[in-house]
Design a protein around this ligand. Sequence first.
Ligand code: ATP
Length: 435
Amino acid sequence: MDKNKLEDIVSLCKRRGFIFPGSDVYGGIAGFYDFGPLGVSLKRNIENSWWKFFIEDTDNMFGIDAAIIMNSKVWQASGHVDTFTDPMVECSNCHGRFRADKIDQTKCPTCGKSNTFSEERQFNMMFRTNVGPVDNESSISYLRPETAQGIFTNYKNVVDTIYPDLPFGLAQIGKAFRNEISPRDFIFRVREFEQMEIEYFVNPENWEKEFELWISKIHNWLEALGLDKAKVHELEVEGEDRAHYSKRTVDFEYDFPIGKEELLGLAYRTDFDLKNIERVSGKSMDYLIKGSDKKLVPHVIEPSFGLERAVMAVLSEAYSEDEVNGEKRIFLKLPNNLAPVKICISPLLKNKPELVTQAREVYAKLKKQYSAVIWDDNGNIGKRYRRQDEIGTPYCVVVDFDSLEDNSVTVRNRDDTSQYRIKIENLTDYFSDKF
Ligand code: ATP
């Protein structure tokens, strides 16, 4: 556990505009965070990488985007109303409430008193709301605690409309809400977060083979995120630790600064969800195997990713410190495709119009090509480099007095701080294989 590293990351995220505590100006609200300009780009780059890897680059995966609030029958049929609970205890001294399976039960973590805990009771983590102007039992619904049910409820719509070959997958990225008893560790355990989920519909005969394929696909994507393979671990979840619907679950854990914790889960959900929908809705969830008269209710393999946990893993992996010219330097060693800013352009001095004019031309050219390019002429060049290092910008381009003579610029590399002279006309070529 490296609490200091987590604090350093939290502080950098706030200082540089990645992630702020939710409702910060009013003193915050536990379990909610807001993403600032750089954080939203990082998060979106991770999302886009996921969507491209798992959906766009494949032949049998399709996206959907379901409403967050659904008919409450969805949550009755899925078992969430009855069983989406965590065990909770209350301290009789300070009245703090805690998740029973996550604390040392001999001593209250808030007031420090011993043997003050109540009996465990089950606490349902769904946020309840009422739909429409009437506040009664029949108007109750819930903010979805997982995106998965939005996919299951659309399975029939998709089969009836585009009728994909089996196996096929439906994917969704969207908000999920859980009223966690003890939100903690920055964006690791929050009450509002984003999930990236796939329900992969298979012929039950093939589930074991498909499950193994998913394990290796997931490893490949985590590698593309730049995560060190040695820090990613598979945990085979045994018997009663598995969710009620799962016959096999592998959690992918990552060595976060807070320790080895779950990054994402892969579960074999059988036909549990589609059968529940059949039972409660009375509609058939059969799939007619093409070219035959055989019908079956497909089984489901579900890779379920938490976007905030992916952001936290990427930040933990990228956060680096070294020493440059005898001074401590902090930099984010982000993979180029995830960096919020790809290139920063500066004139060496902002009060020399000839430098500014040439730098503006370079900026316009690169901005058109790579979009995530920024202009920075604040402070001296050393300060600009430090600022860009901290937000993970892989390259800085500087126009100086020599540029006016030789039409070349200095390109400076974030990771090793090396600098090269490159002709302006060759810049596009230089960056073409980098982004
Ligand atoms: P945990 O055991 O950590 O509570 P879980 O096993 O209940 O997680 P799942 O229901 O499998 O989680 O959800 C799938 C993924 O959604 C998790 O692997 C995680 O990445 C993410 N996730 C779940 N709960 C939270 C949360 N409170 N905050 C942030 N991400 C979450």
